[in-house]
Design a protein around this ligand. Sequence first.
Ligand code: 1HE
Length: 260
Amino acid sequence: MAGTLHYLQTELRGDVALVGLNRPEKRNAISDAFIAELEQAVDWADSNAKAGVLYGNGPHFCAGLDLAEHVKKTPFEGVHGSRAWHRVFDKLHRGRLPWFSALHGAVVGGGLELASSTHVRVADASAFFALPEGQRGIFVGGGGSVRTARLMGVARMTDMMLTGRSVDAETAERWNLVQYVVPKGEALDHALRLATQAATNAEISNYAILNALPRIQDMAADDGLFVESFIASFTATSPEAEARLNAFLSKKAGKVAAPK
Ligand code: 1HE
């Protein structure tokens, strides 16, 4: 897989799949062919890794939808394009692996929708976030109205889309768009460290975290508690859980550390 794609760079680092957006001359703008390759890369990562890191080559993470390609599409082609983004981003968001994104420079439009499909976002101090769809005469089409709106809330997303406002990394962290802000140039290393750590978790726990938490959030409280009890019991009775619990009880597993 490594080196066989045109728009993406893939590499395995231990149990972590690194996927680099690699169309820097167009600021990693996402075309149909780009989305098709991203699907291949996610499938490859699912089969070969226990966690993934997404990052962008060049001065920006991602400029969003390839507007040069989009302007030539019919409305129905646009629908199919949007549905392809949904399918691929859903593979990221509710798939097998925890995905970490390393963000720098522009994280805009579909680039922010892509980042919203990863589970943990690490921004460096150069990152800025915007949803310029309103200015371009279009709407979000890569799952932003579902995922990005759930992260920062509808009021903030409405403001960003109506006013074209761009927000910096610190604001994005306050708004729950990203979980970490690190110095310029350090996002990839930081995301890789986090992914390496997550890759050591029990796979069944990671799967439940990725697939159950967002679904339970969308349920009524009573339904969520009921579903939670079954997932808790199912994961706790797995052989891997038994081994990990016994390792702790026999003092062979690490304790929880206080934050530094
Ligand atoms: C592009 C794109 C693109 C750059 N589609 N070609 N996204 C946007 O509205 C963002 C549009 N882009 C920008 O605002 C800027 O390019 C950036 C702030 C991201 C970067 O600025 P800069 O100065 O580093 O680069 P540049 O000179 O503007 O761009 C370099 C080249 O990339 C240039 O092409 P060139 O042939 O003149 O060299 C740009 O035209 C090209 N380029 N961005 C196509 N997006 C599923 S729905 C999602 C809806 C959306 O994503 S809407 C938001 C679209």
